[in-house]
Design a protein. Structure first.
Length: 259
């Protein structure tokens, strides 16, 4: 019988207060891992911590602004060992190429690109001496192609895919697996923000209709993804079943992306 057992593995999950990050932390804990719940919001993160403790695993909150190198360094050096690092922290910018402010673009890139760079850099510095580890980051199906909306968000997630390949090649000689996941369409708080952008773009105030229409038009399987879908993909990549998988950008999108 094949099973995934992460008993006694120590994992860090950033952006673990809500959405995909929260579910990733819970799913890894259900497989046996102890979790450091990293986020900028202590209140919502403590709910994740309590859920994990009810599962019977160790969990604690650690503040981390992923865009700040010193925060990430403190985070990865906090546990006595580090087996798994999952970087889910990210933000969205719904505006297009011509109507995005420079300040908003800089903040987006600080979190999504510089933050991901900090995650790779610090996790690898911790894992290379021990000669093992699993690193998973979160990109997006939006990073697979350009489009008239979310221009800079798309660019930031495309950068994550490329950066993942470079990090994986750096890590490979040290027995460290580095992969990224490209989720499709998931109704999280981030997508609520995206729908606000759709309302402005289309002039249609009916968000449910906008959501249903977008899902139907975009996903061949005709259904949105769930946070559980993404967390299960992370779990697989963090397990021994994926020991020969590295430098990959895994689409979990119901067929929306074919590249």
């Amino acid at each position: 019988m094949i099973s995934i057992d992460l008993t006694d593995k120590q994992a860090i999950v950033t952006g673990a207060g809500k959405g995909i990050g929260r579910q990733v932390a819970i799913t890894l804990a259900e497989a046996g891992a102890d979790i450091i719940v990293a986020d900028i919001d202590k209140t919502i993160s403590n709910k994740t911590v309590q859920t994990i403790k009810k599962i019977g695993r160790k969990a604690e909150f650690k503040y981390c602004d992923i865009s700040k190198l010193s925060d990430v360094q403190d985070l990865v050096n906090y546990p006595s060992k580090l087996d798994i690092f999952v970087n889910v922290a990210g933000i969205v910018l719904t505006t297009g190429l011509l109507d995005s402010s420079i300040d908003d673009i800089k903040r987006l890139f600080d979190v999504n690109i510089i933050g991901t760079s900090n995650a790779y850099r610090c996790a690898l510095e911790r894992m290379i001496p021990q000669k093992y580890g699993k690193i998973v980051t979160m990109s997006s199906s939006a990073g697979r192609e350009g489009g008239p909306i979310h221009a800079f968000y798309r660019a930031s997630k495309a950068a994550v895919i490329n950066l993942n390949q470079s990090a994986a090649m750096t890590a490979a000689p040290h027995n460290i697996n580095v992969n990224t996941i490209c989720p499709g369409i998931i109704y999280t708080d981030m997508w609520k923000d995206i729908l606000e952008g759709f309302v402005e773009e289309t002039g249609n105030p009916d968000k449910k209709q906008l959501w249903d229409d977008y899902v139907k038009k975009s996903i061949p399987m005709g259904k949105a993804q769930t946070v559980e879908d993404i967390a299960n993909g992370v779990l697989f990549l963090c397990s021994s079943l994926a020991d020969s998988i590295t430098a990959q950008a895994i689409n979990i999108c119901g067929g929306m992306c074919q590249n």
